[in-house]
Design a protein around this ligand. Structure first.
Ligand SMILES: CC(C)(COP(=O)(O)OP(=O)(O)OC[C@H]1O[C@@H](n2cnc3c(N)ncnc32)[C@H](O)[C@@H]1OP(=O)(O)O)[C@@H](O)C(=O)NCCC(=O)NCCS
Length: 165
C-alpha cells in the first residue's frame, strides 16, 4: 500500500514541485486575481509543503503574503496541486489541513483562498468571512473564501486585498 507523507519543502523538492505546478496550471492567466496578487511576490518558504510518494513529489501547497485593507498581512493559500494520477485520495485535503495546523501556531490569524467553493467549504473555509473584501482581478468561476482562528480578523475587513509591495 502507498505511503504518502507530508513534509516541509526543501531545496531538493523544488524542481519536481515546479514541474508539478506547471502541469497542474497549464494556462496561467495574468488577468486573474490570484495571478495579480502573487506577481513578483515570493511565497513563504517555511510554509511550503510537499506530499511525497516515497521520495517522489506528488503534491504541493504554498502560501503567499498579501495585504488586507487595514494593512495587516494575511496569507493566501495556493497554489495547491496534486499529481493527476493520485487525485481523489484526500491528499489535497491532508495537505491543506497540515498547512493550516502549522499556521495556527504562528502569528498569522487567518487565511484567504481563491478556489473552488465546494472544495474549500469542506475544509471549513467560509465565504461569509470575505464578503466585504474585493479582489484586483478576475475571480469567477472561482470564489474568495476565508478561514480565521482569531475572531474578526477577516470578517471585520472591508475593501481591496492588495499585493505586498
Ligand atoms: C483540486 C485538487 C488539489 C484536489 O486534490 P485531491 O487530492 O484530488 O482532492 P481530495 O481527494 O482531497 O478531495 C476531497 C473531496 O473534494 C472533492 N473535490 C476534488 N476536487 C474538487 C474541486 N475542484 N471542486 C470541488 N470538490 C472537489 C473530491 O471529490 C472529494 O469529495 P468527497 O469528500 O465527496 O469524496 C486537485 O484536483 C488538483 O491538483 N487540481 C489542479 C489544480 C487546482 O485546481 N488546484 C486548486 C486551486 S489552488
Amino acid at each position: 500500500m502507498r505511503q504518502i507523507t507530508l513534509t516541509q519543502e526543501t531545496r531538493e523538492h523544488q524542481s519536481a514541485r515546479n514541474a508539478l505546478i506547471t502541469a497542474c496550471f497549464a494556462d496561467p492567466q495574468p488577468g486573474r486575481a490570484a495571478f495579480k496578487l502573487r506577481e513578483d511576490v515570493a511565497p513563504i518558504d517555511k510554509f511550503s509543503y510537499v506530499a511525497l510518494d516515497g521520495a517522489t513529489v506528488i503534491g504541493s501547497l504554498r502560501f503567499y503574503p498579501l495585504r488586507l485593507p487595514n494593512d495587516a498581512e494575511v496569507l493566501m493559500l495556493g497554489p495547491l496541486a496534486i499529481a493527476p494520477l493520485l487525485r481523489g485520495h484526500r491528499i489535497g485535503q491532508r495537505l491543506v489541513q497540515h498547512g493550516v495546523d502549522m499556521l495556527k501556531s504562528t502569528s498569522y490569524n487567518g487565511l484567504i483562498v481563491i478556489g473552488d467553493a465546494g472544495y474549500f467549504t469542506a475544509l471549513d473555509f467560509d465565504v461569509a468571512l470575505t464578503q466585504h473584501l474585493k479582489l484586483p482581478g478576475i475571480v469567477a468561476p472561482l470564489t474568495l473564501l476565508g478561514l480565521e482562528w482569531h475572531v474578526e480578523f477577516l470578517s471585520q475587513q472591508s475593501g481591496m486585498l492588495r499585493r505586498i509591495a
